[in-house]
Design a protein around this ligand. Structure first.
Ligand code: ATP
Ligand code: BTN
Length: 247
């Protein structure tokens, strides 16, 4: 792979930058920003990424097969980040499909976007936002009870160099293995093992519908297998359509 690195002190969003520069950014490029003024989450939500306290990354993939669905790549990335954090001594759980939690609070998130130019798929871009050194008051008030940073959890300033190097190494390994084998099991088994939601009762929010379910597992497709608590019916959930609450 190429290993071009783009470094920004402040940018609107590393993802938005990629979407505006699709033709010039090579496969395997990594964009890293110390802050974003318009960081994006799923479905138009905002991702808070203040200067000096957070890290925002986008990885640009242009070589992939049809089988490598964005939802599976999100889970590959979550697994690589979980393992990288475990290696620096931080046990962390994966909240399907795209959040990483410590003590049930969100410390990092993954956002995978397929990017098109004139209706032709040009790249799949994977974004990772990590909360490094925020104190509780650095988070927007509405996410206070839900967010945490690595510094808050370790009770000391967090230096990200080792974590990022380890994460990129694991990501590349997982990605190359997956590209060759097209077998998602190695990273899905990490997502299952380190899951914050399997075995739990959670509320599924889908548009303006809510239902309580028991989470049974993650399927080979990356979908979440659940049982509806009122109808007792089993069903699978597609990550792009739902949010989970209270895991
Ligand atoms: P959730 O279930 O955590 O609300 P989601 O996965 O359904 O999230 P996303 O779009 O993935 O939704 O996450 C964006 C949400 O994350 C925002 O709506 C906000 O609540 C929260 N958020 C924004 N910035 C941060 C941050 N730096 N750390 C933790 N949470 C954040
Ligand atoms: C989430 O919503 O949980 C995921 C947030 C992912 C944010 C990352 S930070 C780098 C990239 N650029 C963006 O604007 N968003 C993603």
């Amino acid at each position: 792979t190429q290993d071009n690195l783009y470094l920004f002190e402040t940018i609107d969003s590393t993802h938005t930058y990629v979407s505006h520069n699709l033709s010039t950014i090579d496969h395997g490029s990594v964009l890293l920003a110390y802050s974003q003024t318009a960081g994006r989450g799923r479905r138009g939500r905002k991702w808070s990424s203040p200067i000096g306290k957070s890290l925002s990354l986008s990885i640009v993939l242009k070589e992939f097969s049809d089988q490598m669905k964005p939802t599976l790549l999100t889970q590959l990335t979550a697994a690589a980040l979980q393992q990288a954090l475990a290696e620096v001594g931080l046990p962390i759980a994966i909240k399907w499909p795209n959040d990483l939690l410590i003590n049930r609070r969100k410390v990092a998130g993954v956002l995978t976007e397929a990017m098109f130019e004139r209706q032709v798929l040009q790249a799949i871009t994977i974004g990772i936002g990590i909360n490094l050194n925020q104190s509780q008051s650095d988070f927007p008030t509405e996410i206070h009870p839900k967010a945490t940073s690595l510094a808050l959890e370790t009770e000391s300033p967090f230096f990200a160099d080792k974590l990022i190097a380890q994460f990129l190494k694991l990501f590349e390994q997982f990605y190359q293995d997956y590209q060759q084998s097209l077998d998602p099991e190695p990273f899905l088994s990490i997502c299952r093992q380190e899951s914050a939601v399997i075995g739990e009762i959670v509320t599924v929010v889908q548009g303006d519908k809510r239902r309580d379910v028991e989470v049974l597992g993650i399927e080979a497709t990356g979908e979440l297998l659940v049982r509806d608590l009122s109808s007792k019916e089993k069903m699978t959930l597609i990550s792009s359509e739902v949010s989970l609450r209270n895991p």
